[in-house]
Design a protein around this ligand. Structure first.
Ligand code: IMP
Ligand code: MG
Length: 178
């Protein structure tokens, strides 16, 4: 796997340290009461697992499968909900977690759906946000790192299903993307 990485963008120790401060911020800013965390699979799994263990408060976890990328390097522009059941969110405060904010379509589509389903409030958190003009006017409430507009893998992020288990975020070599 390592041979396919052009360079490490955010190393393991830096990620872990940033998660401490993100968790603290979430803990301080979230209104009192239980949180329903919604993890967008599969990309946000690793990030969420490390982040949530730093939040010492009652919360429940739900996962959603949405597809926007369909395995390529470019967003398809369409967001599909792949689950047969949607979690019960009526009246709940939601923390919606994704791996990366790119075009913004995924977060917008899921946040809209959560609101339609009656969520009391939807707060969003991402490990990474690409510094670019987005298709949708959206920003996340909690952002781990702002990065340049390059294709990255690791720490949950994949290219064609690979590299999610790298402990850092790295830029994929162009030669590996085919
Ligand atoms: P958006 O809907 O365009 O914001 O895209 C969000 C989804 O696209 C993320 O959840 C990722 O799965 C995927 N994605 C966007 N950029 C990257 C990247 O650089 N590497 C890996 N996946 C990415
Ligand atoms: Mg993905």
């Amino acid at each position: 796997m390592k041979k396919d990485i052009e360079r490490v963008l955010v190393d393991e120790a830096v990620i872990q340290k940033r998660l401490d401060s993100m968790a603290k911020q979430i803990e301080e800013e979230f209104p009192a009461g239980p949180i329903v965390v919604i993890i967008l699979l599969k990309g946000a799994l690793v990030f969420a697992a490390d982040l949530l263990r730093r939040i010492p408060r009652e919360l429940s976890i739900e996962c959603l499968n949405v597809a926007s990328y369909h395995g390529g390097l470019e967003s398809s522009g369409k967001v599909d909900f792949l689950d047969r059941h949607f979690p019960e969110v009526k009246g709940k405060h939601i923390l919606l977690l994704d791996d990366i904010l790119d075009t913004g379509r995924t977060l917008v589509a899921v946040a809209e759906r959560l609101t339609e389903e009656g969520a009391a409030a939807v707060h969003t958190g991402v490990l990474l946000a690409k510094d670019k003009k987005r298709a949708e006017e959206v920003s996340a409430d909690y952002v781990g790192f702002e990065i340049n507009d390059e294709f990255v893998v690791g720490y949950g992020l994949d290219y064609k299903g690979k590299y999610r288990n790298l402990p850092y975020v790295g830029v994929l070599k162009l030669s590996a993307a085919n």
